[in-house]
Design a protein around this ligand. Sequence first.
Ligand code: G6P
Length: 608
Amino acid sequence: MCGIVGYVGAKPAAPILVDGLARLEYRGYDSAGVAVLGPSEIRLHRDAVRVRELEASLPKRFAGKTGIGHTRWATHGVPSQRNAHPQLSADGRVAVVHNGIIDNASQLRAELAADGVELTSDTDTEVLAHLIARAHTSDTTTLEQAVLATLDRIEGTYGLAVLDRAHPDRIVVARNGSPIILGIGDREMHVASDTAALVRYTKQVVHLDDGELATLKADGYQTFTRDARTTKTAVTVDWDTSDYGSDGHAHFMHKEIAEQPDSVRRVLKGRLDERFHTVRLGGLEMDARELREFRRVKILGCGSAYYAGQAGAQFIEEVARIPADAEPASEFRYRNPVIEKDTLYVAVSQSGETYDTLVAVQELKRKGGRVIGLVNAVGSSIARECDGGVYLHAGPEVAVASTKALTNMLVGFALLGLHLGRIRDVSPADGRRLITALQALPEQIERILADEDHLAAVAKDLAQAPSLFFVGRTRGFPVAREGAQKLKEISYRHAEAYQTSELKHGPLALVGPELPTVAIVPDDELLERNLGALQEITARSGPLVVVTHDGVDLGVVPAHVIAVPKSEPELDPLLLTIPLQLLAYHAALTLGHDVDKPRNLAKSVTVE
Ligand code: G6P
């Protein structure tokens, strides 16, 4: 999704802006641009190009110590030079970069056009630049007043940064629904829509809240709302620039898959209580008595986070014996859901900025629901909006297809489920059983990753099929859904997930030599049922890839068998998911696709 960067200080701004944009590339974009304040004018350079090309084509005279930059993901108007940001006001006085969507843009465009303003792009953002320039009604109007006056006329969402030729010492930024993060440097200030662009320069950041604005100058910042100044506390980001490097791996996705043993160790660190066979989750901000009041758990997330939520709901229901289910946040927010006071709502998100999930949380809070977050990005919008939560500590995830964050979501749900269970009816012995299994996960994941060559060979085979089924039963179904999703996302192969139990109720009609099925077959109490389904598929000459445990007698001879180490049944889904990541990765490689930045997808969807 779109990215914003800004700089004000003593150094040349352009290289810092371009570097920031390069660090936001992973979010997905189709055009890029920068604007700096020269001695008497705003210098603008933008096009529908990659950041690398933008940098290479920067004009020689592009000096300026204050500037803003943007990577755009087209919403209003095709990717093109004139639609790229920054957008300039007609008089060249004001430049704006903007994330989000202005809902009343067409009405404002019509008004501006009727007033003789020549509109030079198809974007909603352009109106902001014109309106801010025109809001300077007298010589004493400040940029802050002009921005506030403009925002009064705007309906929609925005994260924006504004340059004004008449106020070369500052950038004014504003947030409503789209993240804006200030980075506090040494006699310089940075701003970005994502900490990835800031960590090279500073670890001290300030997150704006919705309705807040800020003025950034070289010597500091001031935050305010329409009515008053506000006081913010800076937080320290512990992610490093090196976390954003590919570390010798061909792709970020590969690096992030390989990091999983370590990232699982991190999410477990300090949280397992071996003495009392339970879990410590200080961030929940709720004591045992409060947690016992909940009679239901409802999990909300989007994409892979939703599938992790489905697996999490099963874990919680099975272990803690609390009815639990998951729903896409993108649906929940639109259906005026009934909010129950004895339901614990859980929002799950890697980025903490997914707009659908954020709006679902806000709706829940408006209606008095208790909501906690399972979030990776510390200090992100969803994390701040929730009443408490469990940070996932996966470290930054750059590849669009989620791997290590998803795995840590599954661990996060296991921690939550065990915690809820131990304050109810889960015995110390059962607690110990699950804690021992959690502790074994990192080493078990290492063993799965060591099987990469074999998985790459299977993937090569699967990549030939235009269409595939992924099937799993109960605990295995979210695994199948996530496996199909991953393959779809990066290899562009059609992959559909079904409950194994549903095969005979319809999908079996498609099974035949042309359609391979990836079947999730854990060695658990449903093994016999799953083996029956393998027979049905084989009888129709359907090629099979079976993801199972060591030592299972499948009773058929599949094209490929992938065996993973056995965990406790409740935690098996986590390990069964890992080989599917490598299958998708190698299938995409075989087909020659851009693994880290698949077409049409963004890492974090921060707009409607
Ligand atoms: C986007 C990404 C998905 C991701 C989903 C949720 O759609 O393309 O890969 O699973 O957002 O993201 P989140 O940051 O909330 O986990």
